[in-house]
Design a protein around this ligand. Structure first.
Ligand SMILES: [Zn+2]
Length: 401
């Protein structure tokens, strides 16, 4: 089969103004997790106009959707995943406007160049990536059933085929004390704020004695109601992360023991709750990632191979990655070292350079999607890698297939 790159490039070039317009519109109207109504309208209107069958509000999530393009013959189901949520207070400081616009154009280009592809191309709109675990909810509710492989890309400060992502738990810790007058009778009180303070100190004391891959970080969301009252309640919003789900389980035991210890020392009590589904570490399918890198190199975009030196966050794609082969490559839109989730990243996500590199990535991604749909041998090698690389955290990994 001849390379579809020149044709894809021409089609993506035609879509260039649409990509830029959509990206800037989403950027100017940042919507936070599970409230991305405008983005969903924009994306699904364009997909429906191109002949995709649109299903909105899937998985009981009003801003989740699927859009399906059926090919001319039986074959696999390949998904292009879109994200479109922004960060509270920062806007599109993670550049999801580019993921949405670029992923959309990749799907439109793939079906425009090869309308008679085999199988099904599914665009899956996944809301609430930032702390909401939208993909995890969609996975649990069956939206990914029957999907053979899923692809997406993410903007960043460097261009990478893949990078590791940490398993993560998002917790709320609540300390309960006893209120009392802070001057007349403080001894009648037990300070929940003191417990929170002691807990944070305990976590800091632990840092040298946990693996370098461990991350424990967060904020105090409630520290009391008035300075002249012994705080009855204190609340922390924290993340605990580790390289693998198994290591995360071990770290969580230590972090929760520190909370219990802080409560014991201060005469308070503590309760904890996980406020979002737990994120799994990422299992990158390098067969797909390397093929994508070949396509992008053909377009002048080099994607570096993964390296442990690259810093890792967490994402709900990790949970998808233990059920099916996925890729989550990165394209550089800003100088190396630019912090993620920042105003600098937000400004970078609307520049002509960001749109140019998104266009290149969309073209390469479309070529990969056509490989997956129409080259059974390639898909077999993707599956073979998956079968041998799924981490131990996925005992039920085959439930979807
Ligand atoms: Zn992101």
């Amino acid at each position: 089969m001849h390379s579809p790159l020149p044709d894809l490039r021409a089609v993506v070039y035609e879509h260039r103004p649409a990509l830029k317009e959509l990206s800037l519109e989403l950027h100017a109207m940042p919507e936070t997790r599970f409230e991305e109504y405008y983005a969903v309208e924009q994306l699904t209107d364009r997909l429906a106009a191109a002949g995709f069958e649109v299903d909105k509000g899937v998985a009981d999530l009003p801003t989740a959707f699927t859009a399906t393009h059926r090919g001319a013959a039986d074959g696999p189901t390949i998904a292009v995943l879109l994200e479109y949520d922004a960060l509270p207070g920062i806007g599109h400081g993670c550049g999801h406007n580019l993921i949405a616009a670029g992923g959309l154009i990749a799907a439109l280009a793939a079906v425009a160049v090869r309308p008679g592809h085999a199988g099904m191309l599914k665009v899956i709109g996944t809301p609430g990536e930032e702390g909401g675990g939208g993909k995890i909810l969609m996975l649990e509710r069956g939206v990914f059933a029957g999907v053979d492989a899923a692809v997406m890309f993410h903007p960043a400060d460097r261009s990478l085929r893949a990078r590791h992502a940490l398993a993560a738990s998002h917790l709320r810790l609540t300390f309960h004390g006893v209120a009392a007058h802070a001057a007349k009778a403080p001894w009648d009180g037990r300070s929940a704020a003191a417990a929170a303070q002691l807990f944070l100190t305990a976590v800091d004391s632990m840092r040298q004695f946990v693996p370098p891959t461990a991350r424990v970080h967060g904020i105090v969301t409630h520290g009391g109601d008035a300075p002249n009252v012994v705080p009855e309640r204190a609340e922390l919003d924290i993340y605990v992360r580790e390289a693998t789900s198994a290591a995360l389980d071990e770290l969580l035991v230590r972090v929760l023991a520190a909370a219990e210890g802080a409560a014991l020392a201060t005469g308070t009590t503590v309760e904890h709750a996980e406020t979002a589904p737990r994120y799994t570490e990422r299992n990158n399918n390098m067969t797909m990632a390397d093929r994508l890198a070949v396509h992008s190199a053909g377009l002048g975009l080099e994607l570096e191979p993964p390296s442990p030196a690259n810093p890792a966050g967490s994402s709900d794609i990790g949970n998808v990655s233990v059920h099916m082969p996925v890729i989550h490559p990165y394209v550089q839109i800003c100088p190396r070292g630019t912090p993620g989730h920042s105003a600098q990243m937000r400004e970078a996500a609307r520049t002509p350079e960001a749109h140019a590199v998104t266009e290149t990535m969309a073209t390469a991604l479309a070529a990969l999607v056509l490989d997956l749909l129409d080259d059974p041998e390639f898909l077999t090698s993707v599956r073979e890698e998956f079968q041998t690389s799924v981490p131990a955290c996925a005992p039920d990994r085959r439930q979807e297939s």
